[in-house]
Design a protein around this ligand. Structure first.
Ligand code: MRU
Length: 340
């Protein structure tokens, strides 16, 4: 498995990440020396996946603090402005603002002493990364108990080490089964249009020697119909107070297929993905991505300019279709109530 610090790390004057847009063909690091560069990297999905976005947000605040002027009021204003830009870089994953807030909280009593604040923010960002990986490991332990030794498991997108800064949520559950010596087989839908399943999840599974098959998104329903799927486990970008869950577009369809075929459907996510302030799925902001992501494949135009395109990056699965939510604290069964 790829090491957390190879996925993303904080250096003295930069946030350095494995550029996920280049995988699986090339393993290239991307260095963000300014918050503006980090915001672009987030928007281009060089770093992506809700928990990893939280880590990037926390490290981004540390980067802002490392460059901010030494005069206390200017320091505070600069860091807060850059933090706001980071939190707004992508709208759906609540983890991004959770990570930003965790780093800012470390400076709370220290705005008048920028040197101390800078150090406290950097330490908080690193600690947030470590804690997020620990939460994923706990999710893996709890979730693995839900599956049989040779379960055939469907996931979507990439909810692995790359998406979390280490280990993974949905893929953490699968990774844990493998570590326990069991033999999961993973169905990996390509996850159009950006192919996080084909490019990233399959890459992670292959690295760990976990059996898997990549499948076009449109073909997955037929695998349910043939009785070839025993369970579904997906990640989440934001879980509303009532359990409605935003995740990669296509997740809602998988949940409907699972329910139709009597297959259990699980969401695996750390508590940093739960947003008590959003009462239900209808209030979750859904990111609309650029037309170009759908209009072309490998640099070739596939949709004529005259045709309008809709490109929502996420959809919302109603809580009623979710059998359980696996967090670091254990397996939570419906009905869900995260309002407190
Ligand atoms: O657009 P992306 O690649 O950031 O979308 C990621 C997902 O939808 C993941 O499933 C989700 O963030 C959970 S990652 C553990």
């Amino acid at each position: 498995m790829i090491a957390p610090t190879d996925i993303i790390r904080l250096e003295a004057q930069a946030v350095v990440m494995l550029d996920q847009t280049r995988l699986p063909g090339q393993r290239v690091e991307r260095v963000c020396a300014t918050v503006s560069e980090l915001v672009v990297a987030i928007q281009e999905l060089a770093v992506r996946g809700a928990p990893a976005l939280g880590v990037a947000g926390a490290m981004g605040v540390a980067l802002a603090a490392s460059h901010a002027p030494a005069q206390p009021e200017q320091f505070r204003r600069t860091v807060l402005a850059e933090a706001a830009a980071l939190a707004a870089a992508r709208p759906t994953a609540i983890n991004l603002s959770v990570g930003v807030e965790a780093a800012l909280a470390a400076a709370a009593e220290q705005w008048s002493t920028p040197v101390a604040a800078r150090r406290a923010i950097a330490q908080a960002a690193q600690a947030f990364h470590v804690a997020e990986v620990r939460r994923c490991e706990a999710i893996g332990r709890h979730g693995a108990a839900l599956f049989a030794a040779d379960a055939r498991i469907c996931t979507i997108c990439n909810a692995g080490a790359l998406a979390t800064g280490g280990y993974g949520t949905a893929l953490g559950v699968i990774r844990r089964l493998h570590e326990e010596g069991l033999s999961p087989m993973v169905w990996v839908p390509e996850t159009r249009p950006l192919l996080q399943g084909a490019r990233l999840t399959a890459w992670e599974l292959a690295q760990d020697g976990i059996a898997h098959q990549v499948i076009p998104d449109g073909a997955i329903a037929s695998r349910f119909g043939l009785g070839l799927i025993d369970g579904v486990v997906v990640g989440a970008d934001r879980i509303a107070a009532n359990g409605d869950t935003a995740n990669k577009v296509g997740t809602y369809g998988l949940a409907i297929m699972a329910r139709h075929h009597g297959v259990p459907f699980y969401v695996a996510a750390p508590r940093t993905t739960i947003d008590p302030g959003t009462p239900a799925g209808a209030a979750i902001p859904i990111e609309e991505r650029p037309r170009a992501e759908v209009a072309g494949v490998a640099g070739r135009l596939t949709v004529a300019d005259e045709s309008p395109i809709v490109n929502p990056a996420f959809d919302v699965t109603p809580a009623a279709l979710i059998d359980a939510i696996i967090t670091e604290d254990g397996v939570l069964r419906a009905p869900f109530d995260f309002s407190v």
